[in-house]
Design a protein around this ligand. Structure first.
Ligand code: ADP
Ligand code: MG
Length: 238
């Protein structure tokens, strides 16, 4: 079954066409990586799916429902940003609970969800700390935890590992892969890092100037690039 369907999606900033008639069907449980150089429109596409930006044309469906004009909170998605976006004055536990409290979830259910997320992400010892008392890798785990506790259908990641050093990046890459194997939900993951794409993806969408150049499994893309751009991009890891 299709989890996220993007139909003829266009987005313009003024007269600049940033997304040009995109069509993508993402299967339930699929790990899709959006890969492309800086400025090609990856974040813009993710923000459209999340509802943080309005499409200029086209539609977005999640689990068959047209969500093009739905509020972000009603789309069943959780988003993890490069910059963590944690509330600095709140503890880790407070950060994890915040969205659930706003949704008036009962206290015992909130506690249960936080305990589960903390166990999955191995942040149990950190629950009473403030974000400033965490390392970059720990902050990113908390940011992932915030999507996890909401029990969403679709996770959106925007370059979540870009601020981390190479060793932590490699570690968290493995953890995100494990998380996906455990949760089996749909994940759409933006990166400009070929290694991340090849390790994580069920399929990779290679973007350039707001257009998908090729959408296929990692092997296919690596072995049978459709054009020189894809070949060059996959062949020169940054
Ligand atoms: P990526 O995430 O792939 O690096 P973005 O989606 O952030 O790329 O940006 C795609 C293009 O849209 C870039 O040329 C960028 O300058 C432009 N852009 C992004 N946000 C805005 C905005 N709010 N207003 C005008 N142009 C924007
Ligand atoms: Mg971006």
């Amino acid at each position: 079954m299709t989890s996220v369907a993007i139909k003829d999606l266009c987005l313009n900033f003024g007269s600049v066409k940033v997304l040009k008639n995109l069509n993508i069907d993402i299967d339930e449980g699929e790990f899709l990586v959006l890969l492309g150089p800086s400025g090609c429109g990856k974040s813009t596409l993710l923000n459209c799916i999340a509802g943080l930006l309005d499409a200029s044309e086209g539609q977005i469906f999640i689990k068959g429902k047209n969500v093009t004009w739905e509020e972000p909170k009603d789309r069943g998605i959780g988003m993890v940003f490069q910059s963590y976006a944690l509330y600095p004055q709140m503890s880790v536990e407070g950060n994890l609970a915040f969205g659930l409290k706003n949704a008036r979830m009962p206290k015992d259910e909130i506690a249960k969800r936080i305990a589960r997320a903390a166990e999955i992400l191995q942040i149990e010892p950190l629950l009473q700390r403030k974000p400033a008392q965490l390392s970059g890798g720990q902050r990113q785990r908390v940011a992932i935890g915030r999507a996890l506790v909401r029990d969403v259908d679709v996770f959106l990641f925007d370059e979540p590992l870009s601020n981390l050093d190479a060793k932590l990046r490699a570690e968290l890459r493995v953890e995100i892969k494990r998380l996906h194997q455990r949760l089996k939900n749909t994940m759409i993951y933006v990166t400009h890092d070929q290694i991340e794409a090849l390790t994580l993806a069920d399929r990779i969408a290679i973007m350039r100037n707001g257009i998908i150049q090729q959408l296929a499994g990692p092997h296919e893309i690596y072995n049978r690039p459709v054009n020189l751009y894809v070949a060059g991009f996959m062949g020169s890891p940054s």
